[in-house]
Design a protein. Structure first.
Length: 297
């Protein structure tokens, strides 16, 4: 079932996914209350719940199913905005358990308009939960690390092996501390910008996220050949990055237009393993499919 885009409601589709089969879930549901999302042609992609209670009613059964399909060592990242995050946090605690909360990640960006009546609203919230007390976290992966401040109070030295360190000496004990020039990212991400109008990645899809954001999440919480599920895959950023990073993936979206955009996006990437092109499939399931069916090249 991997390397598959399925067009339909993820609540209808997920029962076909076996228990404990997914390593990572990235879920970016349409969380803006009473907002209608449209594609580049002006056609409606999502018509969101009109109230917070409607959003929670929509998300609760889907989160229960998402927990079921996660492996015991699996993780879920739920992407939302500050208007809904505090409500969804309670729901995540109830489904995945307070003890399995790992991080609240604040993704900061600067692109987009700003009001002159309040502080600029320039961040999203990403909740990371594991399924159990054992989880994957690749802290040394290059996509997970960020540079240390170059203008800190520490000295920079090169050791005999050619390794470069930032060094400080404890004045009381005389002990020397050495740090590499990079470190594991903090829980506030200021180094990944939102896509601008001229960005080469941009597909003119309203809720599109930058690939670097998914590169960090996927690299941190899966190993090669891990299985990734995106139940609201939209224009396919998660699955495109998963292919690039040699992961298996399943993408689901209720929008026919979104599935077609994702199909074209993945179809433009030629991934070859073992001398053979991967078979990629797109299927329609449930009422959201709109009679859509095609085979990826």
């Amino acid at each position: 079932m991997t390397q598959t885009i399925i067009c339909g409601d993820c609540l209808e589709i997920m029962p076909s996914i076996p228990d404990k089969s997914i390593d990572l879930i990235y879920a970016d549901p349409p969380f803006a209350i009473a907002k209608t999302f449209r594609d580049a042609k002006g056609e409606i992609i999502y018509d969101n719940p009109k109230t917070i209670s409607g959003l929670l009613e929509m998300m609760a059964p889907r989160l229960v199913e998402l927990r079921r399909v996660l492996k015991p060592t699996g993780s879920i990242y739920l992407h939302c905005d500050p208007t809904a995050s505090h409500y969804l946090k309670l729901l995540m605690d109830a489904v995945f358990g307070v003890n399995n909360f790992r991080n609240e990640i604040i993704w900061c960006y600067s692109i987009g308009g700003k009001s002159n009546k309040n502080f600029g609203e320039k961040h999203d919230v990403i909740f990371w939960y594991s399924k159990s007390n054992k989880w994957i976290f690749n802290s040394e992966d290059i996509n997970v690390r960020i540079p240390r401040k170059p203008d800190s109070h520490m000295k920079v030295i090169t050791d005999e092996q050619g390794n470069i360190w930032q060094v400080k000496t404890d004045k009381q004990t005389g002990k020397i501390y050495k740090y590499p020039l990079d470190k594991t990212a903090n829980d506030y991400w200021i180094d990944i910008e939102q896509l601008n109008r001229e960005d080469s990645e941009r597909l003119h899809y309203q809720t599109q996220k930058p690939e670097r954001l998914l590169e960090r999440i996927i690299s941190a919480s899966t190993n090669k050949d891990g299985v990734i599920l995106d139940p609201f895959c939209g224009c396919g950023t998660t699955i495109a990055v998963a292919e690039k990073l040699n992961r298996k993936w399943i993408g689901i979206d209720i929008s026919k237009n979104a599935c077609e955009i994702a199909r074209k996006r993945i179809g433009n990437n030629t991934i070859t393993k073992g001398g053979h092109d991967d078979k990629r499939d797109i299927r329609n399931v449930g009422n959201g499919a709109g009679g859509f069916r095609a085979l990826l090249p």
